[in-house]
Design a protein around this ligand. Structure first.
Ligand SMILES: Cc1ncc(COP(=O)(O)OP(=O)(O)O)c(N)n1
Ligand code: TZP
Ligand code: MG
Length: 212
């Protein structure tokens, strides 16, 4: 089963990105999504190669945001695809059964479609407003997670759900109580100066005080 904490990378340059990814790995995060928007193919490739190498050193999963061709080229562990990105079925045809394909959802219907199309996990959000992403879908809040998870149970639908968007440490307990599998965070980890403490606390809340 997938780790309950996914770090989505930040940084305006290859160096900043690698620094942030390295810090997350070094402080206990073992699932990285490389998110490097509006960059040249060459820079994305350079970063992906270096980040994959780092993740291998830390035995961490490494997936790439948006770019299926790049994930295939560097043999990443998988991709994360949004509602406007390549269709999950097409990505599956390209990457094969063994790779992780995550999909973004904002509604129960999105989740149902993704499951039908064979995605491995869902990033459901945004939980709250965040400046990390532009053009956000409607904010969900705790109540929508509760109702969406309840509807999944009613319809016997199972897939790991990750909450995403503006999540803080103090949100994790209540979010986990809705029945989600884990969380995907970016700013929270990137901006925190005490990353060992933060990631330990996140893992404690995510795994119920079992140190991982
Ligand atoms: C885990 C996770 N969930 C959702 C997203 C958002 O994907 P998308 O809607 O394609 O937006 P961008 O990240 O591409 O701006 C994600 N990246 N990861
Ligand atoms: C990529 C993405 N998709 C929905 S919110 C978001 C950004 C999450 O970042 P943060 O944890 O900094 O709010
Ligand atoms: Mg996307």
């Amino acid at each position: 089963m997938y780790n309950k904490l996914q770090y989505i990378s930040q940084g305006n340059t290859i160096e900043e990105q690698l620094h942030n990814i390295h810090e997350a790995l070094d402080n206990g995060c073992d699932w990285i999504q490389m998110r490097f928007k509006n960059q040249t193919d060459s820079d994305c490739y350079k970063l992906a190669e270096a980040a994959k190498f780092l993740c291998e050193e830390y035995l961490a999963n490494f997936i790439i945001n948006d770019n299926v061709a790049l994930a295939q080229k560097i043999a990443a562990d998988g991709v994360h695809l949004g509602l406007m990105d390549m269709k999950i079925k097409d990505a599956r045809d390209i990457l094969g059964k063994t790779k992780i394909i995550g999909g973004t959802a904002n509604t129960f219907e999105n989740i149902k479609n993704h499951i039908q199309n064979g995605c491995d996990y869902i990033g459901l959000g945004p939980f709250r407003f965040t400046t990390t992403k532009e053009k956000l879908s409607p904010i969900l809040g705790l109540e929508s997670y509760e109702s969406i998870i309840a509807e999944m149970k009613k319809q016997n639908l199972e897939v790991p759900i990750y909450a995403i968007g503006g999540i803080d440490l103090s949100d994790v307990e209540a979010l986990m109580q809705t029945g989600i599998h884990g969380i995907a965070v970016s700013g929270l980890i990137t901006e925190n100066p005490s990353k060992t403490k933060l990631i330990t606390q996140l893992n404690e809340k995510l795994y119920g005080n079992v140190i991982v």
